[in-house]
Design a protein around this ligand. Structure first.
Ligand code: ZN
Length: 169
């Protein structure tokens, strides 16, 4: 089932989402989350973007370079980040019509619970690391447009205001 995507201005996107007590809680919504992500041509989707108050996100297989399938990351944490920072143009299903360059660490070390309930520690680089950081931001109520330069933010102010006015409930 395709879920409606929450858009910039919706208060759920500014929430710091609570930890998931058991991976079993999120199992029923994973398939819908993945379908919704692909329906909108996304490469990642956080639970609050689909209206759920759960601390987890999904990342599509195209973000990974090692043949890994679509993956679920529950209660993700950032453990280490590289000094190597790179710039890349990001977009977001919840911020339609805006794409902006964002600086982020290239490589990250993370901890999370996988779809089987097992705790994992792993390193992600390049696109996978970037999508992971973008989605982790969502779980803390942060948008990529919060991380762009002040001047770029001013240039996008009208668009963001229009989105927010339309989607604040
Ligand atoms: Zn996003």
């Amino acid at each position: 089932m395709i879920l409606p995507i929450r858009i910039y201005g919706d208060p759920i996107l500014r929430e710091k989402l609570p930890l998931v007590a058991s991976h079993k809680e999120v199992l029923p919504v994973i398939q819908d989350m993945i379908e919704t992500m692909y329906d909108d041509d996304g490469i990642g989707l956080s639970a609050n973007q689909a209206g759920y108050h759960y601390r987890f996100f999904v990342i599509g297989e195209n973000a990974f370079q090692d043949g890994r399938p679509d993956s679920v990351f529950i209660n993700p944490e950032l453990l280490e980040v590289s000094e190597d920072i790179w710039e890349y143009e990001e977009g977001c299903l919840s911020v339609p019509g805006i794409r902006e360059k964002v600086y982020r660490p290239r490589t990250i070390r993370v901890r999370y619970t996988d779809v089987g309930g097992k705790e994992q520690e792993e390193e992600f680089s390049n696109l996978a690391g970037r999508v992971f950081q973008h989605e982790l931001d969502h779980l803390n109520g942060i948008f990529f447009v919060d991380r762009i330069s002040p001047i770029r933010r001013i240039l996008n102010k009208k668009k963001l205001k229009a989105l927010a006015e339309k989607h604040t409930k």
